[in-house]
Design a protein around this ligand. Sequence first.
Ligand SMILES: C[S@@+](CC[C@H](N)C(=O)[O-])C[C@H]1O[C@@H](n2cnc3c(N)ncnc32)[C@H](O)[C@@H]1O
Length: 305
Amino acid sequence: MPSNVTNFTDVIRRTPRKLCRAVWESIPGPIVKTAPMRYTGKLIYRNFTRNVLRVQSHYTHFMRNPPLLDALASLLTDFDKGSTLRLASIGCSTGAELYSTLHVLRRARPDLTFLAQGVDISSAVVEIARRGIYRPDAPAAEDGLYQAGRAEVSSKDIDEFRGILETLPDGTLRVHEWLRENSSWWTADATDKSLLDVVGDQDIVLANNFMGPMEDPLAEACLRNIMRLVKPGGLLVVEGIDTDLKTRILMPSEFKPVLSRQEDIWTADPSKRGWPWVRWSYEPLDRNEEGWQFRYSVIFRRVSA
Ligand SMILES: C[S@@+](CC[C@H](N)C(=O)[O-])C[C@H]1O[C@@H](n2cnc3c(N)ncnc32)[C@H](O)[C@@H]1O
């Protein structure tokens, strides 16, 4: 490492993290986007953030990334009228992701039949997903394997989610029957080779926000295992995974990035903010970056067998 870089990393190491972050966040946005600042940000992320905090949680939210769901809906034109589409959410947590996806896709293509499956390593959250009942402002995953995280739905968002949730007499919220039908839920480990036997091959696989906290070798094995689930021509959606790792594995593979709404999708989820200080944050999108098409994409299509 050049000595000026060593000196810089030493200064950061000796300065309290909160102070460094406060200084960084006081820098105006246009300056943060310049090449030297991006370089500095990457240095900070790789040396002080990437390996410090690897915490799994069950955090999920209804309509977590609306542009992503809209982009997926626009890709349904590839499916013939009246056909059946197989969709799986791996690391589904309490089901908000799969139900939100079904809501958007089924509204976009009411003629299609969706066979949906959710898979999670925690049987407690799988049971909650199956029931599809949530309390406003309280996370449903209280007895899960990991931290529950924040609530799936807050009381101020209830009206916005009326298309997905109905209010029961006791004030809880239940996913509409038409969204729950044709969905099944399994407890399974996404790193286990038997995953393909559990869920079978799929037209769309969502694998979001659980490979980021894994150590690199496990995350790599997990992503490769999940890639096997996608049918030729099918779609893989992969968010909340280390950006370098995702790019390294997908670039030489038969998966190609889908670029429509790339930037909207990349910036939509507020939980990805805080770069370079937050482990699961996303760096700002930069089309000068080598392999940017892969680096900043979340949707990938498997182009061949
Ligand atoms: C942060 S939640 C993400 C939920 C949802 N995919 C989303 O993006 O909103 C991560 C979920 O992945 C699950 N998970 C973690 N490791 C897993 C594994 N090896 N196999 C299956 N699920 C796993 C956790 O139990 C947790 O419920």
